[in-house]
Design a protein around this ligand. Sequence first.
Ligand SMILES: [Cu+2]
Length: 190
Amino acid sequence: MNKLLFNSIFVALLFAFTACGGGGDTAEETASQDAESAEAVDDGIRTIDIIGTDDMKFVVESEGEGLVTGGTAGEYILLEAIEVAPGEEIRINLTTVSNLPPTAMSHNWTLVEMGTDTDAFARASITARDNEYIAPDFEDQVIVHTAMLGDGETDSITFTAPEEPGDYDYICTFPGHYAGGMVGILRVQE
Ligand SMILES: [Cu+2]
């Protein structure tokens, strides 16, 4: 038996074994997830769980495909960018973890059109408390945003990524947080 053929058979057997075992695991995982969280949805949409911290950073608990990370932030990993395909449907789950009251520390995840002056947007939003800190003058440049969330709160948004490739900024519009580094990039690429 030549080596290539042997390898092919080996891989085929391995795949059969993995597929068999994988099926059972998936069923168990699904059951346990349902038990842990009634909000867990398994509809095939890529879901990114982001945490907003008291350090005014967007972080994740673990590395993931399509996530550009930048070192550790306490027990978390800094999230710098999210890579998506044009027109891809994705879901962002944002959760705030804080030791402070919501009036002092809340977060949102606000995605804006390419070319938006995010610095001006963030500054204008400081006085927009009654509009969840989204400056009305910039609302037409907001593609999508979560609710403003205090400690322990989570919001889930599902949306379709822009078709036009490029870098789209997302920021937290709570006063001072953009300046504090609460910003990242949704990178739309083929
Ligand atoms: Cu924030």
